[in-house]
Write a protein that binds this ligand. Structure first.
Ligand code: ADP
Ligand code: MG
Length: 243
């Protein structure tokens, strides 16, 4: 069963064709890697799949339902969570509050003044443990290191209890011990039956983690299949070497 399908997806910005008749599918409960040179349309694709920007043409099918329009609200409702290539957290809030606002689904002000139930706290503490930030609960997000902020953003995604997680270069710029936490989280998501779409440049990680890899080049699908088959293709190697 495919949880996400895209058919002939197209998106342009002024003169740039960022996504060019792209078709692919993502099977439920799998980890799919998206690779491709800078500017090949990977982030644009995540922006479309998370409802942040509209597609120009083509079809998005989620759980067998063809969607004419996918807004952020719809994406959340369908259980699609994401992280950003450029981290987005509430810089002026504590680590704990950054996480609590997700589980209580209040606006920022409401959540700050709310007394949180034990259930919410327990869920947040569990995630704090998984992202390695237990000792940092009271720190303001803006005082965290780059890697810690990335982990906090992943923690926020985990708390949405989504079915599909879109991670846009989560490993970029991280020290090995933080990368390890994310590898573990991705393995756990899969063990939990969740679907992960991972944009990543490190081929070792793609090989280790992904069931399927999608290769993009200039907005088009260059190759799709198991990493061990796809990563040895000449056109894939050339797309990277030609960068
Ligand atoms: N908001 C935007 N406005 C104009 N051009 C954009 C915008 N977002 C992306 N692009 C262009 O679309 C192409 C694909 O970009 P992007 O999806 O960020 O690629 P990737 O994530 O693979 O590096 C690039 O040429 C980029 O400059
Ligand atoms: Mg990108």
């Amino acid at each position: 069963m495919n949880i996400i399908e895209a058919k002939n997806l197209t998106k342009h910005f002024d003169g740039v064709l960022a996504i060019d008749r792209l078709s692919f599918s993502v099977a439920n409960g799998t980890i799919t890697g998206i690779i491709g040179p800078n500017g090949s349309g990977k982030t644009t694709l995540t922006n479309i799949l998370s409802g942040m920007i509209p597609k120009d043409n083509g079809m998005i099918i989620i759980d067998g339902v063809a969607l004419e329009r996918l807004k952020s609200y719809d994406a959340r409702r369908y259980g699609i969570a994401r992280t950003f290539q450029n981290v987005r957290v509430f810089e002026q809030m504590s680590v704990l509050d950054n996480l609590l606002v997700v589980v209580t689904e209040r606006n920022v002000w409401g959540a700050l003044f709310e007394r949180h139930g034990e259930y919410h706290r327990a869920r947040v503490l569990e995630v704090l443990e998984r992202i390695g930030l237990r000792d940092k609960q009271t720190a303001l997000a803006r005082t965290l290191s780059y890697g810690q902020r990335k982990l906090l953003e992943i923690g926020r995604a985990l708390l949405t209890d989504a079915r599909v997680y879109l991670f846009d270069e989560p490993f970029a710029g991280l020290f090995p011990e933080m990368a390890k936490l994310i590898v573990t989280i991705i393995h756990e998501l899969k063990a939990d039956g969740k679907t992960v779409i991972l944009i990543e440049h490190n081929m070792e990680l793609i090989r280790e983690l992904c069931d399927t890899v999608i290769v993009m080049d200039s907005g088009r699908l260059l190759a799709e299949g198991a990493p061990k088959n796809v990563l040895k293709k000449r056109e894939v190697l050339e797309a990277y070497l030609g960068e």
